[in-house]
Design a protein around this ligand. Structure first.
Ligand code: MG
Length: 203
């Protein structure tokens, strides 16, 4: 399996990192070894500025290529939350040199997911989710604010890549990204329900 990620998909988040709002989805990937469902996240040794990014995620249920936007919904049945852990200092250095981001984004345990739930239980055009850090709300997102909507993302990615059952698509983070510290407790809530808990562990 593989993880697709969309960058800069909320206007307020693009602005907080001084990035332009993209005219096409910004796509990058994480390998299977990035994926974790464990409740503890080891703080990587190669960064001094690990950030959280809480994102709504789609679990691909049906393999496909060149999928139309209209048919995109047939390719995912379940949604969940994920944290796109980012070594922000490493990423900034990559960006400054015009280099790719893999070492800042695709490292082991950099994609932490909740359980996935049937999408039929939700209004996909207006899902609300939020993240708390040690009990304080730090990020709030609503899918109505996505620049590129869920079905369009599936369509767009599938022009380049075969999406396979079991793949996960992280749809982008809202504003409010920030650093984590050792022993921080991060909790992701989907429509007010606690679905994802991470404890940041020792280096
Ligand atoms: Mg992200």
């Amino acid at each position: 399996m593989k993880v697709f990620c969309i960058g800069r998909n909320y206007v307020d988040h693009a602005k907080e990192l001084n990035n332009k709002v993209p005219s096409k989805p910004l796509v990058f990937m994480k390998p299977r070894t990035a994926v974790t469902y464990e409740p503890t996240i080891p703080y990587p040794t190669f960064t001094e500025n690990l950030h959280y990014e809480l994102e709504l995620c789609l679990l691909v249920s049906k393999t496909g290529k060149n999928i139309s936007e209209k048919q995109a919904g047939e390719h995912y049945d379940n949604i969940g939350l994920g944290i796109d852990y980012t070594a922000r200092d490493v990423q900034s250095a990559c960006k400054a040199k015009g280099h790719s981001w893999e070492v800042a984004k695709a490292f082991d345990n950099s994609a932490a997911f909740s359980t996935f739930y049937p999408k039929a239980n939700y209004d996909l055009s207006n899902i609300k989710f939020h993240l708390t850090q040690n009990g304080k709300i730090v990020q709030k997102g609503e899918t109505k604010d996505l620049i590129f909507k869920l079905d369009y993302i599936v369509h767009y990615i599938s022009q380049f890549f075969t999406i396979e059952a079991g793949d996960i698509i992280m749809t982008g983070t809202p504003a409010g990204v920030g650093p984590v510290s050792l022993n921080d407790e991060l909790k992701g809530h989907l429509e007010g329900e606690l679905v994802l808990e991470n404890l940041i562990n020792s280096k």
